[in-house]
Design a protein around this ligand. Structure first.
Ligand SMILES: Cc1ncc(COP(=O)(O)O)c(C=O)c1O
Length: 392
């Protein structure tokens, strides 16, 4: 039997990271490839208690169909939390999604046509490229300097960026640059998709306020409980721009319709578990402090191991939050994609940096992403030592 597949399937690619993860499941491989949050950080007991309470007190509602927008108390909690700084978010702006990955797909479905120009950082989150690609956009590299994307003329259907502790670079855009980008986006009347799954994972000080604070009518904000509680819950959210302009209302309505067609709603059992957890005395701040301390120690272990082991010419910056180091080897010296089989043979894995570049220009072959959150500090030391032996 042959099946005629839609044209758009030609633009779908399986993630290089997932393919690599398969290889790294081999026993003995110390993997710095996957961006898997530390399982030790999952609040399993608290989730178990919340789950029991939900099933015993609201079992039928938790297992019934529910509204596409998401559970009102969860939308209200998110709006309250995001409104703690200078950004005013109303619960009516919040649409619960099945992970922020679904938010990215909905952005593509609702906002992109074939040939639509989309500005992306170089490098950028691979999963966003994958989510947008089937809709046929033309990715445009967003020119940047050391402080982040440049706020000069912004003309595209939309711009996508991860301002805090980016995946893969670990970079955090400072407050001044955020304000400049927001201002320029407003002037150019260009929507910005601000993807912020890592903002709570800061080590020494919180990142500056979201871009949405400075351009609330311009920014489509994506958030997630994946790095705050656990990714298996698959609960994220879109905050649609504020205001009652007909264009804003149409955007909200279309996100809702697109989500309805996609999965009707995000699992309501999981939404209720999160609400129960957050409203029953679970100390989210203490939990986040524990996760931050764990990740900071792992970050420090990797920084020390990189300085100790990597050959001269390799460079990196110390991430101030998030989950990743971005390492650049001497240009022309090493192709990290070609070296990967050798590395896996030596019992270590990473993601070659070329996977994170969109567009036509050849991607730099000498970069790689290393996750520091999955291995213990001792394992990180060993993993980096193995890696260093493959880079000479
Ligand atoms: C930048 C970025 N956006 C979105 C996601 C998707 O996260 P989730 O769907 O688990 O919320 C990830 C996951 O790693 C990510 O790194």
């Amino acid at each position: 039997m042959t099946f005629t597949l839609a044209q758009r399937t030609q633009r779908m690619n399986s993630s290089a990271i997932r393919e690599i993860l398969k290889v790294t499941e081999r026993p003995g491989v110390l993997s710095m490839a996957g961006g898997l949050p530390a399982p030790e950080s999952f609040p399993i007991e608290a989730i178990q208690v919340a789950c029991d309470q939900v099933l015993s007190t609201q079992g039928a509602a938790a297992l019934q169909y529910a509204t596409t927008e998401g559970l009102p108390p969860l939308r209200e909690w998110i709006a309250r939390r995001l409104s703690q700084g200078g950004w005013r978010v109303d619960a009516s702006q919040v649409l619960i999604t099945t992970g922020s990955q679904q938010g990215l797909d909905l952005v593509g479905k609702v906002m992109l046509d074939e040939g639509s120009p989309v500005l992306v950082e170089q490098p950028t989150y691979l999963g966003a490229l994958q989510a947008f690609a089937p809709y046929g956009p033309v990715f445009q590299p967003w020119a940047a300097d050391a402080l982040g994307p440049l706020p000069k003329t912004l003309s595209a259907r939309l711009a996508y960026l991860v301002p805090s502790f980016q995946n893969p670079s670990g970079h955090c855009i400072g407050d001044a640059r955020r304000r400049e980008i927001a201002l320029q986006a407003e002037r150019s009347n260009m929507p910005v998709v601000e993807d912020n799954p890592y903002g709570e994972l800061w080590f020494d000080q919180p990142p500056p306020p979201p871009l949405a604070t400075h351009a609330p009518e311009q920014v489509i904000y994506l958030g997630s409980f994946s790095k705050v509680l656990a990714p298996g819950l698959r609960v994220g959210y879109i905050v649609t721009p504020s205001g009652d302009h007909p264009g804003t209302q149409a955007l909200r309505a279309k996100f809702l319709q697109a989500k309805q067609a996609s999965d009707l709603h995000t699992p309501v059992l999981n939404q209720r578990i999160i609400v129960q957890l957050l409203e029953s005395g679970f100390d989210l701040e203490a939990h986040l402090d524990t996760v931050r301390a764990r990740y900071r120690a792992q970050r420090d272990a990797m920084a020390a191991a990189l300085s100790r082991c990597l050959p001269p010419g390799c460079t990196w910056q110390l991430p101030q939050g998030g989950m990743f180091f971005w390492v650049t080897c001497r240009p022309g010296h090493i192709d990290t994609l070609q070296r990967l089989p050798l590395a896996v043979e030596a019992g270590v894995a990473y993601v070659p940096g070329a996977s994170f570049y969109a567009g036509h220009a050849p991607a730099p072959a000498n970069t790689m992403r290393l996750s520091f959150v999955t291995l213990s500090p001792a394992q990180i030391g060993e993993a980096v030592a193995r890696l260093a032996r493959c880079l000479v």
